[in-house]
Design a protein around this ligand. Structure first.
Ligand SMILES: Cc1cc2nc3c(=O)[nH]c(=O)nc-3n(C[C@H](O)[C@H](O)[C@H](O)COP(=O)(O)OP(=O)(O)OC[C@H]3O[C@@H](n4cnc5c(N)ncnc54)[C@H](O)[C@@H]3O)c2cc1C
Length: 493
C-alpha cells in the first residue's frame, strides 16, 4: 500500500515536495490556510487587473527544470530571460542605469568607473569560485548535524574564509571606486532580505548568478503560472489540496507524532508529515519547542518586511522598464537606520515591476499593472501600520514625479499589503518577507534543520530551513527534504 504524506502549506516548497513525493508513490494531501495555492508566490485579481503578489523574477532557472525532470514531466513553463536585467534610478541622476549582462555594454553605463570591465571580471571571477565551491558542498547538501557541517566546510577552499567575516559592501569597496557601481552591485543583498552592510561577502556569488551564470528570468503569463502549472501536475498525481485549513496543534503518543489538528478541531494523520510553514516559528508556535520560544525567535535575525502596493492605472508608462529600482542619495545612511525604526521614511527606496509590459493580459487595454515593493522594518521594530495609506501616497507621489506620469490621478485599482497583512496571510513571522536571515550563524546546519529534532516522521521545507530563501533555493529545499524522506522511509516505486 502507498505510504501517506501530509504537507502543511501550499507554498512553492510544499507544492514541489508534494510533486516529488507523489511521483515516488506517496499518497499526498496538502493543507493550506489561505484560499488558494502559492504562498508568497501568489496572485491578486482585482478590478480587471492581475498582479503577482510577491516574486517577480528568479535566478537559477535550471532548478525548475530539475524539478520537472525529477518528476518525469515536460517543463510546462515558458521562461523569459530579463535583458537588460533591470534598471536603477537614482534621485540625483537624470538617466537610469540599465544593467546588462554583457560587461562591455555595462561599462558604457558605468563610464565614471575607470577600467570597469577588468575590475568587474576580477570581482566576478572570485564570486564564481565561491558559487561553484559551495554549490554542492554547502547549498545542495543535507547535513547530519553540526560536526558533519563543519567537516563539509573543511572541503571549501580556505581562501574564501575571509569573505565570511567581512560584509558584501566592504568586498565591493575593495574592487570598485564609484558609489553607483557599489550600490548597484550590492542590491542583490536585498534579495536575501538584508542590507549589503550586514550581509557576508560570500554572497557576492549572487552577482555572479545574475551577471554571468544563468541571469534572471520570469515566466510567460506571469509568475503565478508557476503555481498554477504545479497544481495541475499535482492533480494528475491525485494530490488533494485542502484550502482554508490552518494547523494549530499537534498530537503525540510517547515520542511519536500522531497527527495535527486544524482550526476546526479536525485531526489529520499520515505516515510522514512535511511542514512548509516557517521552520523556526512552526517549531515554536505549534510544537511549543523551548529553543524556539517567543524570546528566542525574536532574538534570531529575520529578513526585512515587505510593504507592497498593487496599482492598476489608466494609460501606458513609457518612462519605465519591466524591473526597476528607485533609490535616493544617501544609500548607507538609509540602509543603516531605516530598517530598525518605527518611523516610516520620508524618501523611501523601492522596487517597481510592471508585468503588463511583457504580459499584456494582466491589465485591461490601454492600462498597466504596477507592483511596488518597499522593504521595511519587521513588526519587532514597527508594530503600528496605521500610517500605511500615507506611506503609499508618499511612494506613489515620488514615483509619479520620477517617471513623469500622474499615477494618483490615473489610478483605477489600489491595494496595499503592509507587514501585518503579510504576517496574517501566510504566517510570516513578524511579517518578515523572506524568513530567517542568512548570516553565518543561520546557514547550513546552523539553520533550523529540515528534519525534526524529536519526531522521526516530521520534516520541513521552505525558506527558513536549508538552504534558504528565494524561489530556486526553495525548489532545492524540496529536493533535499525528499531525499531525506526517501532515505529514511523509502518510496513505493
Ligand atoms: C514581496 C516578496 C517578493 C519576493 N520576490 C522574490 C523574487 O522576485 N524572486 C525570488 O526568487 N524570491 C522572491 N521572494 C521570496 C520567495 O517568495 C520565497 O522565498 C518563497 O516563495 C518561499 O516559499 P515557501 O514555500 O518557503 O513559503 P511560503 O510561500 O510562505 O509558503 C508557505 C505556505 O504555508 C502556509 N501555512 C503557514 N502556516 C500554516 C499552517 N499552520 N497551516 C496551514 N498552512 C500554513 C502559508 O499560508 C503558505 O501558503 C519574495 C518574497 C516576498 C514576500
Amino acid at each position: 500500500m502507498n505510504k501517506t504524506a501530509l504537507v502543511i502549506g501550499a507554498g512553492l516548497g510544499g507544492l514541489s515536495t508534494a510533486l516529488r513525493l507523489s511521483t515516488k508513490g506517496y499518497k499526498v494531501t496538502i493543507l493550506e490556510k489561505h484560499h488558494q495555492a502559492g504562498g508568497r508566490l501568489n496572485q491578486l485579481k482585482k478590478d480587471g487587473f492581475t498582479f503577482d503578489v510577491g516574486p517577480s523574477f528568479f535566478s537559477m532557472s535550471y532548478e525548475f527544470k530539475e524539478l520537472f525532470d525529477y518528476c518525469k514531466v515536460n517543463n510546462p513553463l515558458q521562461f523569459n530571460e530579463l535583458n537588460p536585467l533591470y534598471s536603477v534610478y537614482f534621485s540625483y541622476k537624470k538617466k537610469p542605469y540599465l544593467i546588462h549582462k554583457d560587461l562591455q555594454k555595462l561599462s558604457t553605463e558605468f563610464s565614471d568607473e575607470k577600467d570597469f570591465v577588468r575590475k568587474a571580471n576580477a570581482y566576478l571571477k572570485a564570486a564564481k569560485e565561491v558559487f561553484h565551491d559551495t554549490e554542492y558542498r554547502v547549498i545542495k547538501k543535507n547535513f547530519e548535524g553540526k560536526m558533519d557541517y563543519l567537516y563539509q566546510l573543511t572541503k571549501v577552499p580556505l581562501k574564501h574564509g575571509p569573505k565570511l567575516f567581512r560584509s558584501m559592501w566592504s568586498e565591493l569597496e575593495k574592487h570598485f571606486e564609484t558609489e553607483e557601481v557599489k550600490i548597484i552591485f550590492s542590491l542583490v543583498a536585498f534579495f536575501l532580505g538584508a542590507t549589503p552592510f550586514d550581509t557576508p561577502a560570500v554572497y557576492s556569488l549572487l552577482n555572479y548568478t545574475e551577471l554571468q551564470h544563468d541571469g534572471y528570468w520570469n515566466v510567460k503569463g506571469g509568475m503565478y503560472t508557476i503555481t498554477e502549472e504545479i497544481v495541475k501536475l499535482l492533480q494528475q498525481n491525485n494530490v488533494e489540496i485542502i484550502y482554508n485549513t490552518e494547523i494549530k496543534q499537534f498530537v503525540q503518543e510517547g515520542n511519536k507524532l500522531q497527527g495535527f489538528i486544524d482550526q476546526h478541531g479536525k485531526k489529520w494523520t499520515a505516515d510522514i508529515y512535511v511542514s512548509n510553514a516557517d521552520a523556526a516559528s512552526f517549531r515554536g508556535q505549534i510544537l511549543g519547542r523551548k529553543s524556539f520560544n517567543p524570546d528566542k525567535l525574536d532574538k534570531m535575525d529575520w529578513t526585512l518586511s515587505p510593504f507592497t502596493i498593487y496599482l492598476g492605472v489608466k494609460g501606458k508608462l513609457d518612462n519605465i522598464h519591466h524591473h526597476n529600482y528607485f533609490l535616493g542619495e544617501n544609500f548607507k545612511a538609509y540602509a543603516d537606520k531605516i530598517f530598525k525604526t518605527a518611523v516610516a521614511p520620508q524618501k523611501p527606496y523601492y522596487y517597481v515591476n510592471v508585468s503588463s509590459k511583457s504580459n499584456p493580459e494582466c491589465a485591461p487595454e490601454g492600462c498597466e499593472n504596477i507592483f511596488i515593493l518597499c522593504p521595511m522594518p519587521d513588526l519587532r521594530y514597527k508594530k503600528d501600520w496605521s500610517d500605511r495609506e500615507s506611506l503609499a501616497d508618499t511612494i506613489i507621489a515620488d514615483l509619479s514625479q520620477r517617471i513623469d506620469f500622474d499615477l494618483a490621478a490615473n489610478t483605477l485599482s489600489r491595494t496595499i499589503y503592509d507587514p501585518i497583512d503579510w504576517q496574517k496571510m501566510f504566517n510570516l513571522y513578524q511579517g518578515s518577507g523572506l524568513g530567517l536571515a542568512h548570516g553565518m550563524n543561520q546557514i547550513g546546519a546552523l539553520r533550523p534543520s529540515n528534519k525534526d529534532e524529536q519526531f522521526s516522521n516530521l520534516y520541513y521545507v521552505g525558506a527558513s530551513t536549508i538552504p534558504g530563501t528565494g524561489l530556486p533555493i526553495v525548489v532545492i529545499s524540496s529536493k533535499l527534504v525528499t531525499d531525506r524522506i526517501l532515505n529514511e522511509h523509502g518510496g513505493t516505486i
